[in-house]
Design a protein around this ligand. Structure first.
Ligand SMILES: [Zn+2]
Length: 361
């Protein structure tokens, strides 16, 4: 067995083996509940894992183990995993091109890693040409065995209002949009449920600005406690937490997650303005999660700026911003990296990356 430094096997070298003794160090880049959109049957929890060599593999926590792991596994965090199974990718509900996938079972040992994990990228995309997006083979097939997940990038040219379609005992809500690539080729994309609602609510009034981070005001704190499933600030009831957005009625107990909340002042040639940078957008700039950072600086208070945050002062970025839902200040929706900026400059218009699920009902 080939092993990288530290006894970890690179994800690119994992393969089905009769006696798997692999140990990997991976970031959970994305995590989503996988379910049949026609009848709501939940298969489990799907995740996209990335290691420090940029290798990616999809891993599934099956339905039985979902409860044990869904509060332990957090999107964006880094874990060591051992005693898992590697098998041929089944080719359905799959998100990456790796021919193999991982099954995380009852015997799998999962340990969270703190600090020193900046070398593992936050995201992994396999952008495909619109012409190569798999066709809708799952259509009208109750087993939906041929569904694949694909990454596409393009300019949003049309957005339709949220639609509702009754399906057996449930109502499916979705937002349809059309995107266009550089050659003018178009692709229809459907965003389901909360994703569709969030996209529709935020589709208006986005601006791009290239500016330099001048100040970050930490006097009111640089983080907040958010819901593990959405970005809403979590509500506290004694020692218990619940989310007013995900579960306003039953107030079921939720684990809080530390997220960034940076009150920044940015400047360009024309003016200065306030910009709020939250959660993943701030994490992308700083390079580690808010939880990792807080653990590193236990000797400071919540309202003192950590060095990792002051390090980003003076850096210049292209931000996509919109007016926040609850305030009149601008909120960063996306920080464009060099590749995205190059794509943007070639097309001369705003690009949005969306995960195109080729599920249609
Ligand atoms: Zn929530």
């Amino acid at each position: 067995m080939d092993e990288a430094e530290g006894g970890f096997t690179p994800v690119s070298q994992l393969n089905p083996s009769p006696e798997p003794r692999y140990r990997v160090r991976v970031r959970i880049s994305r995590m989503w509940e996988s379910f049949n959109p026609n009848n709501g049957t939940v298969f489990g929890l799907d995740t996209l894992l990335i290691d420090d060599e940029g290798g990616a593999m999809q891993a599934r926590v099956h339905r039985k183990g979902k409860k044990r792991l869904e509060e332990r596994l957090i999107e964006g965090k880094v874990y060591t995993l051992s005693d898992f199974e590697v098998c041929q990718s089944k080719g359905n509900y799959i998100k990456c091109r790796n021919p193999f996938m991982m099954n995380i079972g009852a015997r799998t040992v999962v340990d969270e890693i703190d600090g020193g994990v900046n070398m593992i990228p936050l995201h992994h995309f396999d952008f495909v040409d619109f012409g190569d997006v798999p066709p809708l083979m799952g259509c009208n097939n109750s087993s939906l065995t041929d569904i694949n997940f694909t990454d596409v990038i393009g300019q949003v040219v049309e957005v339709w209002p949220i639609q509702q379609v009754p399906k057996k005992l449930r109502v499916i809500e979705f937002c349809s949009l059309r995107i266009q690539d550089f050659s003018g080729k178009e692709l229809d994309v459907t965003l389901y449920g909360k994703l569709g609602h969030e996209f529709y609510a935020e589709k208006d009034a986005k601006f791009l600005c290239t500016s330099t981070l001048k100040e970050i005001d930490c006097t009111q704190g640089w983080y907040y406690l958010g819901c593990v499933h959405c970005r809403q600030s979590i509500c506290r009831d004694g020692s218990e937490f619940w989310c007013s957005q995900c579960d306003p009625v039953n107030k079921k107990r939720k684990r809080p997650v530390l997220r960034y909340k940076l009150n920044a002042m940015v400047e360009d040639d024309t003016a200065t303005m306030n910009l709020m940078i939250f959660a993943e957008e701030a994490q992308g700039l700083i390079g580690i999660t808010a939880e990792e950072l807080l653990k590193e600086i236990t000797d400071y208070g919540r309202c003192t700026m950590p060095a990792a945050i002051s390090d980003i002062l003076g850096s210049t970025h292209t931000f996509q911003v919109a007016v926040g839902n609850q305030s009149l200040s601008f909120v960063v929706k996306w920080v464009l990296d060099d590749d995205e900026l190059t794509l943007l400059q070639h097309s001369g218009s705003v690009q949005l990356s969306v995960q195109a699920t080729t599920i249609l009902c």
